[in-house]
Design a protein around this ligand. Structure first.
Ligand code: GDP
Length: 697
């Protein structure tokens, strides 16, 4: 194989027959390797490496899968590739260093002017993403490495944003899979890799954070390789290139102990191992719209990779829907992605990713095609939603106090507008005029919408998430997820018990390191995950880490009980008092502190027993509040009777517990069938659903 040529070389056929017996291919290699030089640094000669089989596999740059489809002789004469362009999606499990790596790639490609102040996490550009530290929306950027333009699409890793992932994978020929050098592949790595392999894409594995003292690159490469096999990767795909990197230091190399001073080896691997985009250079114009952005002035902007022909500013085109019906349109403006911004251009050649303005009714999945000869490309396949939630107008007595948009018309318009961009989401009108059923790929998918809406000034209520079951050949199927829990041995027993009660089936258990941490993997019904995060945190005193990812539909696993405790519910409208809370907290854990406005039916705490309990949290009896050490001590007029181990005590003063501080996600996990979460721009409250009022004690 020509290792150091500037073009993509097709891979050598992989020799193994049985998937289980596959081992990485061995290349007879030099013991002194040139580390690829870039304009970033001068060529570096790496020191001789003592090769293990694993190192041989990674220390020589070899390339893997090609997505070039088989073509007829006639087609082949017309089909060509763009040598000067690479389109890649960059994916990682949360916190494995994707954003840091992209930051470093952009910095080293001199994307910034020398005096420009650059904030971190450049690609996580929306507030919610920065706050949660996750990628929710895919984002395009590009850099130039030598003469090659590398279009990079930052891609969410969580399966709840699978719709976004599927669209992005339509625009690229390869994937940069970033894996932490200690943790190895995690559920989100698995999810995106599965999708990328299904698309037939080439994968470059970046073992990141190699600078960590506990880095275990061999283990990580082995487990990634096993994951490829498990996901039925082709032999070519299994022969992936590994790059070791320290994104934080901006260094990469072909061996864990031989990093260059910059990311040159990574750029080089992208250019050599990610196939050039295949284009139909003389074909009629065709571009599949894979993403939509909005601009206040330009309106709807369609984004996609130009498959065939040339796109020109001002051109008259056809917009074809998947069912082959077409309408006429005109391109008003045309952009390519350069660095972080869109750069206006007069024309774009096939193979590049571009943004098109002027077609106000364009939808994702439609094809922008030649005016006379154009045909629709196969549309984007998106998996079905697995979870649904009811959105309704805010019916609490506090409606309109904090939000701008409160009517059912506004709520309806906003929800249906979401569908234009969020392909994996569905919205239907509910049973009543002011209820809408929103279905998504998981609770997080819908929670992000809720969070965005409250930031936009909406007030509304949401019901508990419900999984969407299917019936196939008269058999009831429900969605299952893979749950990975990292927990210290001490709490393993309680976590295993919790997962068992929720019908989880353990299929793997491994020690993660010297610190007594165990990693257990379960297949568990999606409905078993509702409320699980809180329960696992409680069972492990806040130490366990839970990750989940959608797996597949499977036979209904049977009944299960999730939340055992009832709610403490406010008995009347009013303002909470220390006096009332002092006795209320005897009944469970409170959500409210003194001086908070509450209304009748609001959930103010978690009952320590099953069943709900009405409480008067606004009772105003003479009581003296004494503040000490930030805790609130309530001196009681009437001492409380308290019994412990058959001994009775009289309590004269009570220290108020710090109330539970539940986030939006926690509240959504907490509520039961007859409960709602009230969402406003400033508050998140929970209440009993007045339409489903049942007798509380
Ligand atoms: P993302 O969620 O995949 O985008 O991960 P981030 O880029 O936000 O990184 C998560 C954390 O890992 C941050 O605290 C980074 O500073 C840290 N990190 C990223 N790359 C490296 C690396 O190469 N070495 C070390 N030691 N830490 C890193």
């Amino acid at each position: 194989m020509a290792l150091f040529m500037g073009i993509y070389s097709p891979p050598l056929p992989f020799p193994m027959q049985q998937p289980t017996s596959r081992v990485p291919s061995l290349h007879s290699g030099a013991t002194q390797l040139p580390c690829f030089s870039t304009t970033l640094s001068s060529p570096v000669m790496m020191p001789p490496i003592q090769f293990t089989n694993r190192h041989r596999r990674s220390a020589i740059l070899h390339c893997s899968a090609s997505s070039v489809e088989t073509a007829t002789v006639e087609q082949r004469t017309k089909i060509n590739t763009r040598r000067d362009v690479r389109n890649i999606a960059i994916v990682a499990h949360v916190d494995h260093g994707k954003t840091t790596l992209v930051d470093a790639m952009l910095r080293q490609a001199k994307v910034f002017r020398d005096n420009q102040v650059v904030k971190e996490r450049i690609m996580d550009s929306n507030d919610l993403e920065r706050e949660r530290g996750i990628t929710i929306l895919s984002k395009n950027t590009s850099i130039f490495y030598k003469d090659t333009k590398i279009n990079i699409i930052d891609t969410p890793g969580h399966s709840d944003f699978g719709g976004e992932v599927e669209r992005v994978l339509n625009m690229v020929e390869g994937v940069l899979l970033v894996v932490d050098s200690v943790e190895g592949p995690m559920p989100q790595t698995r999810f995106v890799l599965k999708k990328a392999l299904e698309f037939g894409h080439a994968v470059v594995v970046v073992v990141n954070k190699i600078d960590r003292p506990s880095a275990r690159p061999d283990f990580v490469v082995n487990s990634t390789f096993e994951l490829f096999i498990e996901l039925n990767a082709t032999d070519e795909q299994c022969d992936f290139q590994v790059i070791y990197a320290s994104a934080i230091k901006g260094m990469a190399g072909l061996a864990p102990d031989g990093l260059a001073d910059d990311l040159g080896p990574l750029f080089e691997a992208i250019v050599r191992c990610i196939p050039e985009p295949v284009i139909d250079k003389d074909g009629a114009l065709q571009m599949l719209v894979s993403n939509i952005e909005y601009d206040e002035h330009k309106g709807r902007i369609a984004i996609g990779r130009l498959q065939a022909g040339m796109l020109e500013k001002g051109a008259e085109v056809k917009v074809c829907t998947p069912d082959e019906s077409c309408r006429s349109a005109k391109i008003s403006e045309l952009f390519v992605f350069q660095n972080f911004s869109r750069t206006a251009v007069d024309y774009v050649d096939a193979g590049d990713i571009c943004a098109v303005c002027g077609i106000d009714d364009i939808l994702i999945g439609e094809t922008i095609a030649d005016k006379s000869r154009g045909k629709a490309l196969p549309t984007i396949k998106i998996e079905e939603p697995t979870v649904k939630m009811a959105f309704s107008v805010n019916i609490s007595p506090f409606v309109g106090r904090e939000g701008k948009h409160v009517t059912s018309r506004k709520l309806r318009d906003r929800l249906y507008r979401e569908l234009e961009r969020n392909l994996a989401m569905k919205v239907e009108d509910g049973e009543s005029a002011d209820t809408f059923i929103v279905s998504g790929r998981g609770t997080l998918h819908i929670t992000i919408l809720i969070e965005n809406m409250r930031r936009e000034g909406y007030e509304f209520m949401v019901g508990p998430p419900k999984v969407i079951n299917k019936r196939v050949n008269d058999e009831l199927l429900e969605p299952f997820e893979i749950a990975t829990v990292e927990v210290s041995e001490e709490y393993l027993g309680s976590v295993v018990e919790l997962l068992g009660r929720r019908r989880g089936q353990m299929f793997d258990m491994q020690g993660a390191g010297n610190d007594g941490t165990v990693v257990v993997k379960y297949k568990i019904p999606t409905r078993g995950l509702i409320g699980l995060r809180n329960d696992i945190l409680t069972a492990s005193r806040g130490t366990a880490i839970l990750n989940t990812v959608f797996d597949s539909y499977g036979p209904w696993a049977g009944d299960m009980s999730t939340r055992e405790q009832g709610s403490l519910v406010a008995f009347e409208d009013g303002t909470t008092t220390s006096y009332a809370l002092a006795s209320s907290q005897e009944r469970g854990q409170m959500f409210v502190e003194p001086g908070i406005d509450v209304y009748k039916g609001q959930i103010v705490g978690i009952h320590q027993r099953p069943g709900d309990l009405m409480l008067n949290v606004c009772k105003k009896k003479a009581a003296t509040n004494v503040r000490s050490n930030k805790e609130q001590t309530v001196v009681l007029d009437t001492p409380l009777d308290y019994s412990l181990d058959h001994t009775n005590f009289l309590i004269y003063a009570v220290v108020l517990d710090t109330p539970l501080d539940y986030s939006l996600d926690d509240c959504i996990e907490y509520i039961q069938e007859d409960e709602l979460v009230e969402v406003t721009p400033l508050s998140i409250r929970m209440c009993k659903n007045p339409k489903m009022a049942k007798k509380t004690k």
